[in-house]
Design a protein around this ligand. Structure first.
Ligand code: ADP
Ligand code: AMP
Length: 215
């Protein structure tokens, strides 16, 4: 099953991804995580992506699309994948659908997490991320057991550079300008399940997992 987990930055996509992947038996493909891994490793892709990420802008479509199709072609994604943070433009959405169809697959489901901007700003500015494994926390809503230390791997938990307030505003503006319009396009072609993402993490998880049941 190929599933898109859609929503603005801070909607809770990364937080809910593991439960969906475990239930559907598919890998998690987060384009943001791939860029951050490349940045940590000092690759040319990481440096290129950083020049856009630091300003809250989108990495060019051709770069992201090549990356995603290469990843989707790997053996662990042969039975489908959960896409988080992709597609973010209509070009990316169409390319994804075409690539999947050429490979006997399709976008089977879109889960859309809906959260208003004022809540997103609070979530992103309070988000903390593990430098080692990428696990995410929130200073108020989901803190690690020991401040600054990852519950999962013991790594250092810090604020992402692009979660500082100025960049958060730019990312939300980018979302409304370039990404929000992808949802109506998807709705015309694919089953979209909208989930109220303002509820607690556990309530959102229950709603998201219910979306995996056949319609
Ligand atoms: P995304 O991957 O969509 O950008 P995240 O999953 O990283 O968003 O969530 C953004 C922040 O909001 C994180 O700090 C996370 O702990 C917190 N968060 C996620 N879901 C909820 C929720 N339902 N209620 C409160 N805080 C949440
Ligand atoms: P995320 O972790 O999903 O919030 O993504 C972090 C940043 O990576 C974004 O603000 C963009 O700069 C870049 N990025 C991630 N996914 C994409 C995408 N599908 N298209 C363009 N840029 C992306």
């Amino acid at each position: 099953m190929d599933i898109i987990l859609f929503g603005p930055p801070g909607a809770g996509k990364g937080t809910q991804a593991k439960a969906i992947c475990d239930k559907a038996g598919i890998p998690h493909i987060s384009t943001g995580d791939i860029f951050r891994k490349n940045l940590k490793e000092g690759t040319a892709l990481g440096k290129l992506a950083q020049s856009y990420m630091s300003k809250g802008e989108l990495v060019p479509d051709e770069v992201v699309c090549d990356l995603v199709t290469d990843r989707l072609a790997q053996p662990d994604a042969a039975g489908g994948a959960l896409l988080d943070g992709f597609p973010r433009t209509e070009v990316q959405a169409k390319l994804l659908r075409d690539w999947l169809r050429e490979h006997g697959r399709d976008i089977d489901l879109v889960i859309s997490l809906e959260v208003p901007d004022d809540v997103l700003v609070r979530r992103l500015s309070g988000r903390r991320t593990c430098l080692a494994c990428g696990a995410t926390y929130h200073v108020d809503y989901n803190p690690p057991a020991v401040e600054g230390v990852c519950d999962v791997c013991g790594g250092q938990v810090v604020q992402r550079d692009d979660d500082r307030e100025e960049t958060v505003r730019a990312r939300l503006a980018t979302y409304h300008r370039d990404t929000a319009a992808v949802l109506p396009w998807l709705s015309e072609h694919v089953r979209v399940v909208a989930v109220d993402g303002t509820r607690s993490i556990d309530e959102v998880r229950r709603a998201v997992l219910a979306a995996l049941e056949p319609a």
